[in-house]
Design a binder for this molecule. Structure first.
Ligand SMILES: *Cc1c(COP(=O)(O)O)cnc(C)c1O
Length: 360
């Protein structure tokens, strides 16, 4: 006899693993939105030093890291919590806001695949508002808030479409949402923003107790596998996140690496500048080939290929390049210049073949 489990588990969407490829292929990896730069050299040194203390439990509240983040962001320490990646903080935000089956978590779609998973694990209803031309439709989202809405996720820049909304728009949206509804601005790609009127969830949340910003060391800082992200918001929200925090889930090594990374803003800027320049080059080339690619503010591009997305992804894999297929489009991470050139060579060949098929 099988043990009794939650009857609604089948309603939790599964996290889709990246496309499996034959072992013989060592693919160009453009599916994970990772940086191709390794961790900063100073972070690697901190990792080996911290690893030597792994027999001891670390500070469960990541005090030193939280203190450094508070200094950098110019906020009091009680406005910051570290988590096991910002994904875990997405889950915890759903857990602290939702409990009843009528509770609703609102999000754009398509957006980050963790949001519906986090909402369903918390037992809440998932309410999705379609993007408009690959961009968050904030007016439609504000209109979709009901008496049951507990949490809103705004992914800015949006994963997987790479588009960003500006600061004024975001402020107008937040001010249109009732103050008892928590708005999470997920800024996993903040470091890649290069737009005037730069949206900043920490600033927007400074005088708005219902705004919480999420950031991560996984992307620009190159620490994806060490698992450390953080939330910045009202002390009451941060205290609630502490209540549901899985004890010791941010490891000693992760804390040390994040702390060291924070101390090298110049190197971070140099790296993200290089990625931003490459993304413009690759986007221009794709647009010239006829691909529909919205402007990107992140370290990846969205190819709106509609029903050709899957065949594009499979053909790319056969050419040794792994990209992420979403059924209605393809997400391609910006790699090294040589990797991007290999991708563009593939994309040019695919465009020619697709053109021939269409006219045949
Ligand atoms: C990658 C990503 C994260 C960060 O995940 P971690 O758990 O910090 O590795 C959060 N939000 C979005 C939208 C992402 O794409």
């Amino acid at each position: 006899m099988t043990p009794r489990l939650r009857p609604d588990l089948h309603t939790i969407p599964t996290y889709v693993p990246r496309l499996a490829l034959p072992d013989s292929i060592d693919p160009i990896e453009l599916a994970g939105n990772e940086t191709t730069f390794g961790p900063l050299p100073s972070a690697l040194e901190a990792v080996s030093a911290a690893a030597a203390g792994s027999n001891r439990y670390q500070d469960n509240r990541s005090g030193e890291l939280v203190g450094a983040l508070a200094d950098v962001l110019a906020v009091p320490r009680d406005r910051v919590i570290a988590g096991c990646g910002s994904v875990s903080l997405c889950h915890n935000l759903a857990l602290i806001t939702c409990g009843a089956p009528t509770d609703e978590v609102l999000m754009a779609w398509r957006s980050f695949e963790t949001y519906p998973i986090a909402a369903r694990i918390a037992g809440a209803r998932v309410v999705q508002v379609p993007l408009a031309d690959d961009v968050h439709d904030l007016d439609a989202m504000a209109a979709a808030v009901t008496a049951n809405t507990r949490l809103v996720f705004v992914c800015n820049p949006n994963n997987p479409t790479a588009t960003a909304v500006g600061r004024a728009e975001l402020e107008r949206f937040v001010d249109a949402v009732p103050p008892h509804v928590l708005v999470c601005i997920d800024e996993a790609y903040l470091e890649f923003l290069r737009m005037p009127d730069r949206p900043d969830g920490v600033e927007i949340g400074r005088n708005r107790p219902n705004v919480v910003a999420l950031r991560t060391f996984s992307k620009a800082y190159g620490l994806a596998s060490l698992r450390v992200g953080y939330a910045v918001g009202d002390p009451a929200v941060i205290a609630a996140l502490h209540r549901v925090h899985v004890a010791f889930s941010v490891g000693r090594v992760a804390q040390a690496a994040a702390l060291a990374s924070l101390a090298a803003p110049g190197e971070l800027r140099r790296r993200t500048d290089a990625v931003a320049a490459e993304r413009e080059r690759v986007r221009d080339a794709l647009c010239a080939l006829g691909y529909p690619v919205p402007p990107s503010q992140a370290n990846f591009l969205w190819l709106g290929l509609a029903d050709e997305a899957t065949s594009f992804t499979v053909a790319a894999a056969e050419a040794g390049i792994r990209v992420a297929d979403y059924g209605e489009g393809v997400r391609v991470t910006i790699g090294t210049p040589a990797e991007n050139d290999a991708f563009l060579t593939f994309a040019a060949a695919w465009a020619r073949t697709a053109q021939q098929c269409r006219s045949a």
